[in-house]
Design a protein around this ligand. Structure first.
Ligand code: UDX
Length: 437
């Protein structure tokens, strides 16, 4: 099938490449000429395992092209809208200007029978607002909403083999047409028994907002338990294990630590709260503000813990910060707890040296005041404290005996509760967990 994807950021680039990998003919369109040139040359603009090789493979097979010219969408039957919906500056609500502009730019190029499919995360009510534009322009095309649930670090696989597929469809014949086209796009996943929930626009939009709100709540819940564990001597990791054995609860997303970040969960729960307020149902989602505060205060709590462990102050202490990306296997530092903690420590006068396998360059652009190390050895050299904030494999597998030979003082603060405390203590380290005795 011929498919176009508007917006070649994280979501759009992954979607375009993944659909081409599934055998479709895909054209990716973006207004950013530099990004398009990079993608067309087979280089991923961001770090995502498996993406670059899939991109090169699809380009080589002639199933994928990138352009800044929106007219190239002509001839495609399905047009995905995958542009960003960032948080509005100084507000909680989502900025929908890119979605609106993408839909408007498509209108002159649509043919009767085409299906325009929104993938971007939008406030509930957006599809119903946009659908009449296709009618007014007499395109003969229909609109569907098909939210994306991909996780960074697993993005290609999550797109090709998702846990579920959700279609928000218009009623009547238009809905039948849109569903038929989407079933063809996702034929491989559907053939592998991926559940499909076909519903109305509002429900489809809400599934995405609710899923992210639930995940954020799960993380903040366990982090709230960590706060209680800290003052009672309980161990939040064992608590999470015990809770997780209850199949109604489940162990995933119960890792306490410095909390959630990234380009999705924080902005999406804020946008969801703002939308509920617009709808006169602010009370229903007031708890999400609390989840946001629990999340943000874990960062300052970690900074306090480092200061406590250093005898009351981080001033002029050399602190090795391991991790800058918001999670492992990513170079994304948007709303990253790790980067925020490094900046907070620096603000308190610490001599911060931060390292990350992928996110040093992006961090340096945003925060040139921090010192960055290219690798672990350089970061650990002479450190008064080591703070692990992003649980990259190479940090989880760090050898405490080797690291001890490099640091000034063997003090480790494990912001992700990911190291074997006994092993570190046995190697002569003072180990401080986060929500653990
Ligand atoms: C998330 C959703 O998982 C995905 O479905 C949605 O489409 C986009 O947002 P992503 O932002 O890639 O995906 O990251 P995710 O793996 O969900 O992690 C989010 C944050 O939560 C990270 O900062 C991670 O470190 C943190 N986290 C996750 C925890 O602190 N504890 C956990 O137990 C799990």
């Amino acid at each position: 099938m011929r498919i176009s994807v508007l917006g070649c950021g994280y979501l759009g680039a992954v979607h375009a490449v993944s659909l081409a990998a599934l055998g479709h003919d895909v054209v990716g369109v973006d207004v950013d000429a530099q990004k398009i040139a990079q993608l067309a040359a087979g280089r991923s603009p961001f770090y995502e395992p498996g993406l670059e090789s899939a991109l090169q493979h699809a380009l080589g097979a002639g199933r994928l092209a990138f352009t800044t010219d929106v007219a190239a969408v002509r001839g495609a039957r399905v047009h995905f809208i995958a542009v960003g919906t960032p948080q509005k500056r100084g507000e909680s609500a989502a900025d929908l200007s890119f979605v609106d502009a993408a839909v408007d730019s498509l209108l002159p190029h649509l043919n009767a029978g085409d299906v325009v499919v929104g993938k971007s995360t939008v406030p509930v009510g957006t599809a119903a607002r946009l659908a009449p534009r296709l009618e007014t322009a007499r395109t003969g095309a229909v609109l569907a909403w098909n939210p994306e649930f991909l996780r960074e670090g697993y993005a290609v696989n999550d797109t090709i083999a998702p846990d579920r597929i959700v279609y928000g469809l218009p009623s009547g014949e238009a809905g039948v047409r849109a569903r038929r086209a989407l079933d063809e796009v996702y034929a491989v996943a559907i053939g592998n028994d991926t559940p499909v929930v076909a519903t109305d626009y509002a429900t489809a939009e809400l599934v995405k907002a609710a899923a992210n709100a639930f995940l954020a709540t799960k993380i903040s819940f366990i982090n709230a338990m960590a706060e209680i564990a800290e003052v009672t001597g309980a161990d939040v990791t064992q608590l999470a294990d015990a809770l997780g054995f209850d199949q109604r609860i489940g162990r995933r997303f119960l890792n306490a630590g410095v909390g959630f970040g990234g380009g999705c969960l924080p902005k999406d729960i804020r946008a969801f709260t703002a939308r509920a307020e617009e709808l006169g149902r602010g009370d229903s989602l007031a708890f999400l503000r609390e989840m946001d505060s629990i999340n943000l205060r874990r960062r300052s709590r970690l900074v306090e813990l480092v200061a406590e462990a250093l005898g009351g102050s981080v001033y002029e202490k050399k602190i090795a910060v391991l991790g800058l990306a918001f999670k492992p296997d990513s170079d994304d530092v948007r709303d990253s707890p790790a980067l925020d903690i490094a900046v907070q420590l620096k603000g308190l006068g610490a001599d911060v040296v931060a390292t990350d396998p992928q996110a040093v360059e992006t961090s340096r652009r945003l925060h040139p005041q921090l010192e960055y190390a290219a690798g672990l050895e350089e970061a650990l050299d002479g450190a008064d404290a080591v703070v692990l904030v992003t649980e990259w494999k190479q940090f989880r597998e760090l050898d405490p005996a080797w690291a001890r030979g490099l640091v000034g003082t063997p003090l480790i603060v494990d912001g992700r509760n990911t190291l074997d405390a006994d092993r570190w203590r046995a190697a002569g380290w003072t180990y401080r967990g986060f929500g653990r005795p």
